[in-house]
Structures are given as structure tokens and as C-alpha cells.
Design a protein around this ligand. Structure first.
Ligand code: 6R9
Length: 649
């Protein structure tokens, strides 16, 4: 069983920050003596008051606390902007590529970014936003999203971005959970030639929030929207009159920089809290080493700022390093499947970072869409969000990288702040489909799922945990430290539990096998099955629902819903459409079930527990191996489910 491996070229390794020998040396140092290692690497960002304490972390259930650089002070926005001004005021910080191909691309220099962010910060202050206040950002992929994030960081407000694809209800829940003082939105958001009315979603959300929440609107398209005097404010107009000077506030290393909601195995999304100091050190360091970023490179991460990937690798990592980062408002297939490659060609992109779902979608359109563009500027390609199947890896390598760009398959999570397991392009021989080896300071372990025993042979398979902390680790769940401990530290004593299954091969390479909890990965986005279930049962016609994932050619996993209707309600195609629409409005388009099966009964144990294992097998069209069904209260429901299964592929 030897997989193909792709070692870095000698030429690449020679010019890279980290080659194989350096990786081994630094990795060893990082785990043998984390205090010394991070005391040194923490200096990559500017501190107002230098830290004397480095690592202070405890994974013991009941006493979990995570602090890094605790007595240091800094300002994240000053690190991402001000400190670069002496050297690169006129260098482009952000290249904004609008949805519509003909519309002008904007190059925003560090000097301009400084001015915009300061004005934005003054507008926030004028709206009464103070240090520690929460600001929800519900914006499209426009420069104002970055200005808003950095403006919050400048004054010590805590931002919480809600992906613009979430519905009014999703937005309201998040505004309420974090107790936001303001929500920042836009009029409408063009994407792929279509528009979402963010302002009307926000209006609908605010009906369920405190009437003290203010609504700051970026008039992006100029489309007509409703306006509520006294509550709604025009951000761009206020920025024009605001002062371009706003002092960057001195903040403790552990001051929360942002909250980002993510799905878990229970119904309610968790507010993942990240710090200022440790997070920035980690985001900037992984950005530099994972992508082998060099001064002057043009870096493009295609994620949305509504996800953690956008936080760390569109905004904070690149800007902390003084890089030029691309912000793309559009989608990979508009106006055609050549859009990504055209942008790469036109902007001479050096590092390109995307998700397997996008690669698979583009692969399906044929190689001619990529082959016609000049991609010679590309040096490193990245992948994130889910395991990349070898077929997609090979296509990415052959057609996009032309066999000369290392592909970094980065495994990490909203909770981890930055990459944990990833190749370093000048150091690590690649194996398609493996995230390879740990980043500096990261100690992955594989545990036996049942006993929780660490498997100490090189070859191992089980659940993936982390033995010790790293600076980018989340600090708590907003408002619920107990939930933080319960979710991540209660399953396996003394370890951080990732929720992923994993195999380690004879070379010590890690292969992520997917989630072991009730979380599914749809197009690289995490979705709790419980969230979709509770949306479905909120519909008056639905008695019960069970949701599982099934293999989907483009999305990785699709959403398969088994729905039991209320007595007397007849199944119909109209009802199916209505339920799809219902879930879209309850959560957002990404949660729409791909397949709905009418299920008069669900397989339950005698104690009433739904046997998801069986539902998963049927959804996967793998019902030959259902295992033991004798413990079911009514084994005959299984035959009905199989006979009427939706995935006959
Ligand atoms: C960054 C991000 C995290 C979950 C994670 C895992 C899956 C992410 C992966 C990967 C295999 C990779 N995942 N990257 N699986 N290989 N390179 O995606 O964060 O949205 O929180 O999702 O995504 O299952 O646990 P998030």
C-alpha cells in the first residue's frame, strides 16, 4: 500500500522559508519547549507592552483555561495596518474583484486602508460602540467587510460575522446570543449575477431582537431598501464626515477579537471566541509558512469572510504579514467556469487557496476552462474544508498547478484559528488526500474511540485529538464556558477533541476520514444535523425528522432528510418544495435538504432512540450491511425505508 508521493522540487525547497531539515528542527523545538519556541515566534507581531508569560494552558475537565502571552498588550488593527505604513503605505493591501466581470477592480493601498478603517472606527464610536461591545457584521464580500472587522479591532469591539447566506432567523439568533449593540449590513449583495436583499433580511431579523440594536447600512449597490429613521444609519455617508484619525486602543492579549458561530452536534450553534494576541501570531505565522508567502506575493483565498478561513486567510493573516490579499465578491462559475483562472491570470496571483467542492464543480466543466488562461504566476495551491479526493487533487495539480505547484491540504477548524495539520510546501513530500503532518507546536494524537486510549504505534486509526494547546486555539464558547469544556474536553480526559476521525500511516502522515459526531460537511461548510432537524420539525406538517449525510459528487456530502408527517397530512411534491423553502428561511440556503424521504416510521430502539447508523447506510445506498437490526422496536420500518429510498445512485 504505497501511495504516490510528490516531494518538493529542489529548486522550490531552496527558495522556501522552511525546508525538510528546518521543519524537523523547528517542530522538535516547538513541542519540546513550547515556552521558548513561542516566546520567540510571538515577536513576529508588534506588542505595545511585551509579554513575559508565554503559555498558560490547562486541558483538565473542569479547569480548562487557555491563555497565551497573557500579560502582553497590543492592537490587532495596528498590526495589520499601521506598522506597515513606514515601508508600504503605497503598496496594495486589498484587491477587490467585484461580482460583475466588467466592473472596475479596486486596489486599496495600506495608506487607504488606514484611512478607511480609522473613519469606520470613528463611526462605530459615534454610534456608541465601546470596548468589549459586540458588533454583528452581515455583509457581502466587499472591502467594507474588512474595514468593519479592523475598525472593531481598532477600538476593542468584538465582531461576529454572520455569513450573508444565512437567513433572517439565523441572523437574529446570533445577534441575540452575543447581545450585539449594532448590526452592520448592506443594501443588496450581488453574487453570480443574482442579488440577495441583505437589508430586508436584517429588517426581518431585527423584529426578533431588542429595539436598542442599531442597524448600520453600507449602500453598496444603491438599490432601494426600506429605511427606519432613528435606527438605520448610512455608514458611507458618516464615514465621509468622520475623522481619519482614530487611535488604536491598547488591549490585552486575551481580549476577544471575534466570535464566530459554528455548528456542532447539538441544535444551537456555538459562539467560538478567539483572542487577539495568540490568534494573530498563529494566523500570521501559518499564512507565511503554509503558503510559503514572500514579500510582494499576491495571495488569494476564495473563502467568504463569513467563515473562519476568510477571517484568518483573507484578512488577519495576510494583512498582519503586509501582504496583498484578494477579496472576490463573485462565484467560481459566473459568468463562466473560467472566472477563477481569469482572475488568477489578470492579477498574477501567486498563492491560490480554495475548497475541494469548488475544484470538483469546475472539474466537471472540463479542462478547457482552465487551460486557456496563463497561470504561470501560481506558486502554491491550497485546499481546505474537507478531505480532497485524489481525483480532484490530480486535476488541481495537473490543470491548475501544471505539475509545478505544491498543493497544501490544510486541516483545521473554526475552533483552531489556523492550520493544525498541513504540508509546508518546501518541506513536505505530498500524498494526495492527506493533510500530511502537524504544524509547529501542534501535537496530534489518535485515540481509540471507546477506551480513549492513545494509540502509540505509528500506524493508527481512531479519533483525532490534540494533546496540548497552540496560540490560535479558541478560548471559550461565548457566554458558556461550561459548554466549551463539555464539547471539547469531556469526551477524552486531558485532550482537545476535534470531532474528526483520522488514520495515521506508516510515514506518520494524517488522513482525515470525516466527522465522528452528528456534523455533516456540505461543500466544506459544517452543518449540524440537529439544526436541520429542528428546523424541519418546526413546520406544522412535520411530526418527526432525522437528517444524515450521504456522498454527493460535488458537495462532498449532501443533506438527506427522513420526514414523518403529522397524521392526516399527505405527502406531495408541493410539500417537499415547501419544506425545502422552509429550511432555507429557517437557517439559510446552505441547509436546504438535497433529498427528502417521506418516512411513515423511523428506526428506533425500544427506548425510543433513532438509530442513525441505519439511516446513514440507507442514505448511502449501502443497505446490504445494515448490521444488527434486532434491537429495533419495529424492524419492518427498515424495509419500507429501503424500498422508498431516494438515493438509488
Ligand atoms: C477551516 C474549516 C472544520 C471541519 C473539520 C473537518 C473538515 C477542514 C479539512 C477537513 C479534511 C481538510 N476539514 N479542512 N477535513 N481535510 N483539509 O473548514 O473550518 O468550517 O470549522 O470545519 O472541516 O471535518 O473538523 P470549519
Amino acid at each position: 500500500m504505497t501511495e504516490p508521493t510528490y516531494p518538493p522540487s529542489e529548486e522550490f525547497a531552496k527558495a522556501a522559508h522552511i525546508d525538510a531539515a528546518k521543519y524537523e528542527e523547528m517542530y522538535k523545538a516547538s513541542v519540546q519547549d513550547p515556552d521558548t519556541f513561542w516566546a520567540e515566534h510571538g515577536k513576529r507581531i508588534d506588542w505595545i507592552k511585551p509579554y513575559t508569560e508565554v503559555k498558560n494552558t490547562n486541558f483538565d475537565m473542569g479547569e480548562v483555561e487557555i491563555h497565551w502571552f497573557r500579560d502582553g498588550t497590543l492592537n490587532v488593527a495596528a498590526n495589520c495596518i499601521d506598522r506597515h505604513l513606514a515601508k508600504r503605505a503605497n503598496q496594495t493591501a486589498i484587491i477587490f474583484v467585484p461580482d460583475e466581470p466588467g466592473d472596475p477592480v479596486q486596489h486599496i493601498t495600506y495608506a487607504e486602508l488606514h484611512e478607511k478603517v480609522n473613519r469606520f472606527a470613528n463611526v462605530l464610536l459615534s454610534q456608541g460602540v465601546m470596548r468589549g461591545d459586540r458588533v454583528v457584521i452581515y455583509l457581502p464580500m466587499i472591502p467594507e467587510a474588512a474595514y468593519a472587522m479592523l475598525a472593531c479591532a481598532r477600538i476593542g469591539a468584538i465582531h461576529s460575522i454572520v455569513f450573508a447566506g444565512f437567513s433572517a432567523d439565523g441572523l437574529a439568533n446570533r445577534i441575540n446570543d452575543c447581545g450585539a449593540k449594532v448590526v452592520i449590513t448592506a443594501d443588496t449583495a450581488p453574487r453570480g449575477g443574482r442579488k440577495t436583499n441583505l437589508k430586508s433580511n436584517t429588517d426581518a431579523a431585527l423584529l426578533h431582537c431588542s429595539d436598542k440594536v442599531r442597524c448600520m447600512v453600507v449602500k453598496h449597490t444603491g438599490d432601494q431598501t426600506t429605511w427606519i429613521d432613528g435606527r438605520d444609519v448610512d455608514v458611507l455617508a458618516l464615514m465621509e464626515h468622520a475623522s481619519p484619525d482614530c487611535p488604536a486602543r491598547e488591549l490585552e492579549a486575551e481580549h476577544p477579537l471575534f466570535i464566530l458561530y459554528t455548528s456542532g452536534s447539538t441544535g444551537k450553534p456555538k459562539g467560538v471566541v478567539h483572542s487577539s494576541g495568540g490568534y494573530l501570531v498563529y494566523a500570521s505565522m501559518t499564512m507565511e509558512y503554509t503558503f510559503d508567502y514572500h514579500e510582494g506575493d499576491i495571495f488569494w483565498c476564495t473563502a467568504d469572510v463569513g467563515w473562519v478561513t476568510g477571517h484568518s486567510y483573507i484578512v488577519y493573516g495576510p494583512l498582519a504579514n503586509g501582504a496583498t490579499t484578494v477579496m472576490f465578491e463573485g462565484v467560481p462559475t459566473y459568468p463562466d467556469a473560467g472566472r477563477f483562472w481569469q482572475v488568477c491570470q489578470d492579477l498574477k496571483v501567486n498563492q491560490f487557496y480554495t475548497a475541494p467542492t469548488a475544484i470538483r464543480a469546475l472539474m466537471g466543466q472540463g479542462p478547457e476552462w482552465v487551460d486557456k488562461y496563463d497561470l504561470s504566476s501560481l506558486k502554491v495551491l491550497g485546499s481546505v474544508g474537507e478531505p480532497i479526493n485524489p481525483e480532484a487533487w490530480n486535476w488541481y495539480n495537473d490543470h491548475v498547478g501544471k505539475g509545478k505547484c505544491p498543493i497544501v491540504d490544510t486541516w483545521w477548524q473554526t475552533e483552531t484559528g489556523g492550520h493544525l495539520i498541513t504540508p509546508l510546501p518546501g518541506a513536505t513530500p505530498l500524498k494526495p488526500g492527506s493533510a500530511t503532518r502537524p504544524f509547529f507546536g501542534v501535537q496530534p494524537v489518535i485515540l481509540e474511540p471507546e477506551s480513549g486510549k492513545e494509540i502509540d504505534t505509528t500506524e493508527a486509526e481512531g479519533v483525532l485529538c490534540l494533546k496540548d494547546s497552540w496560540p490560535g486555539q479558541m478560548r471559550t464558547v461565548w457566554g458558556d464556558h461550561q459548554r466549551f469544556q463539555d464539547t471539547y474536553f469531556s469526551h477524552y480526559k486531558g485532550y482537545y477533541f476535534s470531532g474528526d476521525g483520522c488514520r495515521r500511516d506508516a510515514d506518520g502522515y494524517y488522513w482525515i476520514t470525516g466527522r465522528v459526531d452528528d456534523v455533516i460537511n456540505v461543500s466544506g461548510h459544517r452543518m449540524g444535523t440537529a439544526e436541520v432537524e429542528s428546523a424541519l420539525v418546526a413546520h406544522a406538517d412535520v411530526a418527526e425528522a432525522a437528517v444524515v449525510g450521504y456522498p454527493h459528487e460535488i458537495k462532498g456530502q449532501g443533506i438527506y432528510a427522513y420526514v414523518t408527517l403529522m397524521n392526516g397530512v399527505e405527502p406531495s411534491d408541493e410539500l417537499r418544495k415547501e419544506l425545502e423553502k422552509w429550511v432555507r428561511t429557517e437557517i439559510g440556503p446552505i441547509a436546504k435538504p438535497d433529498l427528502i424521504q417521506w418516512s411513515p416510521g423511523l428506526p428506533k430502539t425500544r427506548s425510543g432512540k433513532i438509530m442513525r447508523r441505519i439511516l446513514r447506510k440507507i442514505a448511502e445506498n449501502d443497505y446490504g450491511s445494515l448490521g444488527d437490526t434486532s434491537t429495533l422496536a419495529d424492524p419492518s420500518v427498515v424495509d419500507d425505508l429501503i424500498a422508498n429510498r431516494m438515493n438509488k445512485g
